[in-house]
Design a protein around this ligand. Structure first.
Ligand SMILES: [Zn+2]
Ligand SMILES: [Zn+2]
Length: 128
């Protein structure tokens, strides 16, 4: 399947990836650089990590949101978009995301029952 690389716009062929292989490789290298830098300097500030690794602050935030970084640079703490509490990953805290998911879906059982009744009537009519 042909697609455009989301990074450089080049057309390439891959069934699932959104980046061409040079960009994908660069992305992977970027992540490794950030991870290794943080292992070496666990107390490094976000701006320092970005400068030293040559990886943009937005990209580092993306890693944190995806939960890929075990160590979070100083000053890069994420906050819940709903209540503003600090979160370790994602955009909303577990309390707020739990509240969003807790809404039960009404089961369309009445519809199914009446549908079944119509069906039996039909088959009865056919029989007589
Ligand atoms: Zn590319
Ligand atoms: Zn929250």
């Amino acid at each position: 399947m042909l697609r455009n690389c989301t990074e450089c716009g080049k057309v390439f062929s891959h069934p699932s990836q959104r980046l061409c292989s040079p960009c994908f490789k660069a992305r992977t290298e970027d992540f490794t650089k950030v991870k290794e830098y943080l292992q070496e300097y666990p107390n490094a500030a976000l701006s320092a990590v970005s400068e030293e690794t040559d990886v943009s602050i937005e990209t580092i935030y993306e890693y944190i949101r995806q939960g890929r970084l075990t160590m979070i640079p100083k000053g890069a703490e994420l906050t819940c978009e709903v209540c503003g509490k600090p979160v370790s990953r994602g955009r909303v805290c577990s309390v707020c995301s739990g509240g969003l998911q807790a809404r039960p879906q009404p089961a369309p059982e009445t519809e199914r029952k009446s549908g079944a009744r119509v069906h039996t009537l039909d088959s009865l009519r056919k029989r007589y």
